[in-house]
Design a protein around this ligand. Structure first.
Ligand code: URA
Length: 285
């Protein structure tokens, strides 16, 4: 950083305040990195030419019509971004969960990856009958590389336990595999980039029932604009790309919200009982 950069006029406390306001809430390395010097060096370096990606537009899927995808495509006047196309191609090429995990880890088209420590793919039993879909990793999940590791994860474990399920019998994943900085909401464009991976994930696991926790997971998987208060507690058909048969899914409140609004646990409990009844009825059908 140059010696007369304005940040040098700030006291250490003011610098910390600046970082906190900008969403920085943890350090990720023991040595400071001068990113100004790095960006000056990379500005001087010869620009790599973008590889010619010979891609045919991905097949239209529910994801292609999502608000973020549609808005960004419409505003640029192209059918879809290069990153969106490569996400769709990489996801479609994955023939197993291992291949999908490797494809998500190798995908560099979503900026969230560059600020996250881990790619948080999934936890639990891929052969489980129940899939739980959350929103995005937080700091605990980013640190440990697994979904639902923090306080809200503990509550989710208790919720699953109350209907006789656990990480041994259910499969847990998120819409977004990278922690948004400062736990901000992901943008519609970021969500749209992750949708091909999510849809492939659902198609490869093919659970019997999906429990969507939180508004983002319900809106994204159902491709609906309503908020969680309207979407929760109703059985819906999840009919995303690559599923031969629709899967019954129900949305409920996110455990983080339930921690803040415990009076809503009554409704969440109703949703969980509905999940148990659905799984029981499918098993005896
Ligand atoms: N909230 C989520 O939606 N997912 C996680 O993995 C953690 C917190």
């Amino acid at each position: 950083m140059s010696e007369n950069h304005p940040i040098n006029d700030l006291s250490p406390g003011q610098v910390l305040r600046f970082y906190l306001d900008a969403g920085v809430d943890e350090t990720t390395g023991s040595h400071p990195l001068d990113r100004y010097a790095l960006s000056e060096a990379s500005a001087k370096a010869p620009k790599p030419t973008r590889p010619a990606v010979a891609v045919s537009p991905p097949k239209a899927s529910a994801g292609a019509q999502r608000p973020g995808a549609a808005a960004s495509a419409a505003s640029k006047g192209v059918p879809s971004s290069v990153a969106g196309q490569s996400a769709a191609i990489a996801a479609a090429a994955a023939k197993s969960l291992e291949e999908l995990k490797a494809a998500v880890e190798a995908f560099d088209g979503c900026a969230l990856k560059s600020t996250a420590k881990s790619t948080v793919f999934a936890d639990g039993n891929p052969a489980g009958r129940l899939m739980v879909l959350g929103e995005a990793p937080g700091s605990d999940e980013d640190r440990q590389g697994l979904p639902f590791m923090g306080v809200s994860g503990k509550l989710l474990d208790l919720m699953l336990d109350s209907i006789g399920y656990s990480r041994e019998t259910a499969y847990l994943t998120n819409v977004i595999p990278w922690r948004p900085p400062g736990n901000r909401n992901p943008t519609p464009e970021e969500v749209a980039l992750c949708v091909p991976f999510l849809e492939r994930h659902v198609a490869l696991v093919k659970p019997e029932v999906i429990l969507m926790v939180g508004g983002l997971s319900a809106k994204t998987l159902l491709n609906r604009p309503e908020g969680i208060t309207r979407l929760r507690g109703r059985w819906e058909s999840v009919n995303t790309a690559g599923l031969g048969q629709p899967i019954p899914g129900v949305a409920t409140f996110h455990p983080t919200y339930l921690l803040r609004s415990p009076q809503q646990k009554r409704l969440a409990w109703r949703d969980l009982l509905a999940v148990k009844e659905k799984l029981d009825s499918l098993a005896s059908a």
